[in-house]
Design a protein around this ligand. Structure first.
Ligand code: COS
Length: 379
């Protein structure tokens, strides 16, 4: 749902200019330094990007899902690490509070998350729990007005800088019904962090273990105030997150198409630009077609999400198709660049590594297939 086309176009144009003029020129530096320059993070704050999907009542831009994916197409056009800085605040790091939080939790956390003063993070994955999210082993035991948490969360995006964590921990019996979601502030006693992970790509985005060693949080940090709802909260957060990630994949695919067209126009072989060779054109055409398909399905699913439809299957289909699609597009982009595509001076080299993550996080491609098939059987 688009509430005001002119306003959205203005925001899209502002983000487009910011991406082209400020973020793209900094991509090589981010690769080199494995960090996002602080002045760019400040500019993202000023543009309101930390609060894109936080409701206006709490100081955010309150974008609908359709509006959000249109902006995510733009953000996906540059290194995914830039989007990741704001990603957890708009997505998995704050959506638990938005969808299931108490009025007090929303009032306390969301306004500061919307400005980027507070960074949120989402802690579900564990050393022995990834795809089987209902089996979390981190425990939370009630102790008077508090809970005591013990366990380890793994590969947690933005954990090194986050101020508050949405943590799924076990308060009850086995399986999804025994999982409760907590809001754990960084300064909680007994909260520790592992070394920063050394990743294949997405340099500039930091992940690490989050370790709970008799970590003490107040009882009112249970999201929604009810035990046993944490798995469902996580699933609702992921339904939305999967649409957002799909849009980022489309943005990256568009960039890879544009880089490929640009390179192939300038690279001369056999006496003419390689863009005039039909085997190169075939690769360009396949990439453009798949990008268009991804864009169309994400827009359609986002529209239906805004209309209140159950889009579990569609969100999983978007995540499956778009994350696999951008992998194919990145592969072709490297192929079109030839040996140059393997060199770090061309952006396709880091995109090739960066986009690999999209098929893994917020549910692997195989998990999306399972979700899609289950929804088909249950229809
Ligand atoms: N949206 C809303 N509710 C959902 C849901 C979704 N996508 N998926 C499951 N639920 C609900 C179910 O309806 C069920 O509710 P009831 O108890 O009222 O019937 C409850 O949650 C338990 O669901 P289910 O029995 O399907 O749980 P499973 O353990 O079988 O779930 C999957 C399996 C694969 C769906 C789940 O573990 C999953 O999504 N795993 C991937 C996790 C992931 O993305 N990890 C990445 C790390 S986070 S960056």
């Amino acid at each position: 749902m688009i509430r005001d086309r002119d306003l959205l176009d203005a925001l899209k144009e502002t983000v487009h200019r910011f991406v082209c003029e400020r973020l793209m020129p900094a991509e090589a530096r981010v690769e080199e330094e494995n960090a996002i320059p602080a002045d760019l993070v400040d500019e993202m704050r000023q543009l309101g990007l930390f609060g894109m999907s936080i409701p206006e009542d709490f100081g955010g831009l309150g974008l609908t899902m359709e509006e959000e994916v249109i902006i995510a197409f733009e953000l996906g056009y540059t290194s995914p690490a830039f989007r990741s800085v704001i990603g957890t605040n708009n997505g998995i790091g704050c959506q638990g509070i938005i969808v299931d939080g108490t009025a007090e939790q929303k009032r306390y956390w969301l306004p500061r998350m919307a400005t980027g003063e507070v960074i949120g993070s989402f802690a579900l994955t564990e050393p022995d729990v990834g795809s089987d999210a209902g089996s979390v082993r981190t425990t939370a035991v009630r102790d008077g007005d508090h809970y005591i948490l013990n366990g380890t969360k793994r590969y947690i995006t933005n954990a090194p800088v986050a101020d508050v964590f949405t943590v799924m921990a076990r308060t009850g019996g086995p399986g999804p019904a025994g999982v409760t979601a907590f809001l754990v502030p960084r300064d909680s006693s007994g909260l520790g962090f592992g070394a920063i992970d050394k990743k294949m790509g997405q340099r500039g985005t930091r992940t690490c273990d989050v370790i709970f060693d008799n970590c003490r949080v107040s009882a009112d940090s249970v999201i929604g105030g009810v035990e046993g709802q944490g798995f469902k909260t996580a699933m609702k957060v992921l339904n939305r997150g999967r649409l957002h990630i799909s849009a980022v994949c489309v943005g990256a695919a568009q960039r890879l198409c544009d880089e490929s067209v640009n390179f192939s126009r300038n690279r001369v072989q056999f006496g003419k630009p390689i863009s005039e060779h039909q085997l190169i054109q075939a690769m360009l055409a396949d990439s453009a077609t798949e990008t268009f398909a991804g864009r169309s399905m994400v827009l359609e699913a986002a529209r239906r999400f805004d209309e209140g439809e159950r889009i579990i299957q569609e969100a999983a289909s978007c995540k499956l198709f778009c994350s696999e699609m951008v992998g194919r597009v990145a592969d072709r982009a490297v192929q079109i660049h030839g040996g140059a595509g393997y060199m770090q001076e061309y952006p396709v080299e880091h995109f090739y590594r960066d986009v690999r993550l999209f098929r893994l996080y917020e549910g692997t491609s195989q998990i999306q297939q399972i979700i899609i098939a289950r929804e088909m059987m249950n229809a």
